[in-house]
Write a protein that binds this ligand. Structure first.
Ligand code: NAD
Ligand code: SER
Length: 317
């Protein structure tokens, strides 16, 4: 029987992952935590507690009370917010992870920690980025992600803690808005296409980035934690991707459904600089070989699903 604690559960990923985990493992076995009050489906579907991941005492207390065997540690600041608040990004992203790992050691819980395409940098091979390669990121987000990967591997080797993670690309979803990342444009564009028929993109033409639709991101999180430990040669963290595209390619896909849709550009130098330092597309063969990673959605099928669900959500016929 799994007993799962989720940190940062109200964010873009946690708000959907928590519901999936409750469906799979039973609502009473999944505790959602965050630093803000929940509402809607997440609040109604199960137990919630306030938990700030920068407090060692609060984390340890919560872990001892709930006694999880698995922790999905999602609390972090995304790339653009982290560049604006680097000290806080380090405190939440890395000090928070250290405290969660220490508490997990006390209760012997497995820990899932998402890394990111942000764990790579400009000196990484940016095409078909290998699983094991140069990681010299130039953002605070990336610094916390590389250090976090190393820390999780250290806790596995040194203390035998079952730590696992994936390097998520940009996640696209319609339930909860993204929390301030560089790949957020690929969510915003669907909302603006339906609401205004026009989108002004903050990344420039030709910027290729890896992306993934939320249902695949959730399957990745659950499947890697369910994988046979003996089959894992890597742990923190696996490259995973489902598609890669440029702003003009996603716009062209949307135009197949909304023919009048137009896009122009007003480039944000901060987020453009971050995007330019990240892979154009990653090689995720290690995840496919070691734990059967296989995404279901590509750009075409995701676009059909995103537009259908957003039409319902925004009440647009
Ligand atoms: P998000 O910004 O949407 O949510 C993060 C949540 O953490 C928020 O609900 C926030 O309230 C909470 N939080 C912030 N500070 C906290 C603290 N001190 N203690 C406890 N909770 C705190 O992020 P997300 O998109 O859901 O991302 C979750 C994880 O996945 C992060 O590690 C992120 O880096 C990683 N990731 C996300 C993406 C993406 O595209 N969404 C891509 C790659 C990796
Ligand atoms: N979507 C995330 C970001 O842009 C990637 O880690 O920050």
């Amino acid at each position: 029987m799994k007993r799962i604690l989720v940190t940062g559960a109200l964010g873009q990923i946690g708000s959907e992952l928590t519901l999936l985990l409750r469906e799979r493992y039973g609502a009473e076995n999944v505790l959602a935590t965050d630093i803000r009050e929940p509402s809607g489906k997440l609040a109604e579907s199960g137990h919630f507690e306030m938990l700030n991941c920068t407090s060692q005492a609060a984390i340890l207390d919560m872990f001892k009370k709930f006694n999880p065997d698995t922790v999905y540690h999602l609390a972090a600041l995304l790339s653009a917010v982290a560049e604006a608040k680097p000290q806080m990004a380090w405190d939440v992203g890395l000090n928070g992870l250290f405290k969660v790992l220490e508490a997990a050691r006390e209760v012997n819980a497995a820990v899932f920690t998402p890394s990111s395409i942000g764990a790579f940098g400009p000196t990484t091979p940016l095409d078909n980025t290998p699983q094991d390669t140069i990681q010299r990121p130039t953002t605070m987000y990336g610094v916390t992600k590389v250090a976090g990967e190393l820390l999780c591997d250290y806790y596995h080797k040194r203390f035998g803690l079952d730590t696992r993670g994936v390097r998520y690309p940009g996640i696209i979803s319609y339930e909860t808005l993204p929390g301030g990342g560089t790949t957020d444009y690929a969510v915003d564009i669907y909302y603006k296409a339906l609401q205004d028929g026009h989108y002004t993109c903050f990344l420039k033409q030709g910027t290729s980035l890896d992306m993934m639709y939320m249902p695949d991101a959730l399957e990745a999180a659950v499947n890697i934690m369910e994988a046979d430990a003996g089959a894992l040669k890597h742990r923190n963290a696996f490259n995973v991707t489902a598609m890669h595209f440029t702003p003009e390619e996603i716009a062209a896909e949307i135009r197949k459904h909304i023919p009048g849709f137009s896009m122009d550009y007003d480039v944000d130098p901060i987020r453009q600089g971050i995007a330019d330092s990240w892979p154009n597309y990653m090689d995720d063969s290690a995840a496919r070989e070691e734990w059967g990673w296989k995404p279901a959605y590509d750009l075409a099928s995701m676009t059909v699903d995103m537009l259908a669900n957003l039409r319902k959500k925004l009440n647009i016929s």
